[in-house]
Design a protein around this ligand. Structure first.
Ligand code: PRT
Ligand code: ZN
Length: 283
């Protein structure tokens, strides 16, 4: 059995549980409670506030955790990033009143900066030789300049619309973040084997992301050209058709290249092109 700490509610909850389900781990949400076992895989979930996840992984109360890299960097515990998970993307940025002119990091000299991330901010200020006062605020940091509590802020930004709504502008990106899978090392052999199975399954999700399965009828004479347009994992699958001189060609393409490939394939005589979603690719 391996214990994984995840956020109990909030921005990472949906994506964390969706990802675990995608790798075939059943979770019983209706009975979501502090601790609950999967019905079909040797893991148990520990549902927590995100702030507590790096700590419980570091002290061994959970073997793995899924949490924003921003929290890992802020808490500073000795944990390792096992996988970057590709969701929960955001950045930790400095933002100042829209009307102010930004002159570089020295702008912050003598200013009061509100944040929930004092440790990361302190390091940034030290590295840039800036003396500023850090006001630790745990929520609604973006309203503090208008409320006169601070001059500027250091906070999480994703679309940037919260900053705009509060008459602020982003001037420095200090840390890029996304959800990460963390561990403190020290796994038993059994736990390590479970982690490796999870990583194997995550890899198949990663490979299949953004991929489409494409199949079409192609004149035999154009087959060589079509194979050049559609390189597959090993080579495309070619099946004979009942109609003389034609075959069926199957392959996998990146969605971003799909329409360009379709144009090229039609130009050499492809017909009846079908494009299907790919659920998993296991190499
Ligand atoms: O209750 P708990 O302590 O577990 O949750 P929480 O309230 O501390 O965190 P939560 O659920 O808000 O966020 C969890 C994690 O999601 C963060 O630690 C980040 O890793 C990640 N994340 C991704 C974000 C955002 N995007 C984000 N946009 N966390 C917060 N925001 C805030 C942002 O600060 C702004 O106030 O959302 C607002 C909207 O952002 P804009 O830029 O799109 O307007
Ligand atoms: Zn939190």
């Amino acid at each position: 059995m391996l214990r994984i700490a995840i956020q109990s509610k909030g921005r990472l909850y949906e994506d964390s549980t969706a990802m675990l389900r995608e790798v075939g781990i059943e979770l019983d949400d209706s009975k979501r409670k502090y601790l609950s076992k999967s019905g079909n895989f040797p893991v148990e979930m520990l549902y927590l506030r995100d702030d507590d996840i790096p700590g419980v992984v570091a002290n061994g109360s959970a073997s793995l955790g899924i949490v924003g890299y921003n929290e890992v960097a802020e808490k500073g515990y000795d944990v390792e990033i096992v996988e970057k998970l590709g969701f929960g993307g955001c950045r930790l940025s400095l933002a100042i009143p829209k009307a102010d002119e930004y002159t570089g990091p020295q702008y912050f000299e003598g200013k009061r900066i509100a944040t929930s991330y004092p440790r990361i901010l302190k390091k940034y200020l030290e590295e840039n030789g800036v003396n500023a006062t850090i006001e630790i605020i745990t929520g609604s940091v973006e309203v503090t300049p208008a409320a006169g509590i601070a001059d500027c802020i250091f906070d999480i930004v994703s679309s940037g619309s919260t900053l705009v709504a509060n008459n602020l502008k982003e001037v420095e990106v200090v840390l890029q973040s996304e959800a990460v899978l963390i561990s403190a090392g020290k796994l038993s052999d059994e736990e390590q084997a479970i982690l490796e199975e999870i990583q194997f399954r995550l890899e198949s999700l990663r490979i299949s992301r953004g991929k489409k399965y494409i199949l079409m009828n192609i004149p035999q004479a154009a087959l060589e050209e079509a194979v050049k347009i559609l390189p597959a994992m090993r080579s495309p699958t070619v099946l004979p058709l009942a109609a003389e001189g034609w075959c069926s060609l199957h392959s996998v393409v990146d969605n971003k290249d799909l329409w360009e490939k379709v144009r090229q394939l039609k130009a050499i005589g492809a017909e009846g092109i079908l494009v299907l979603n790919v659920d998993k690719i296991i190499l």
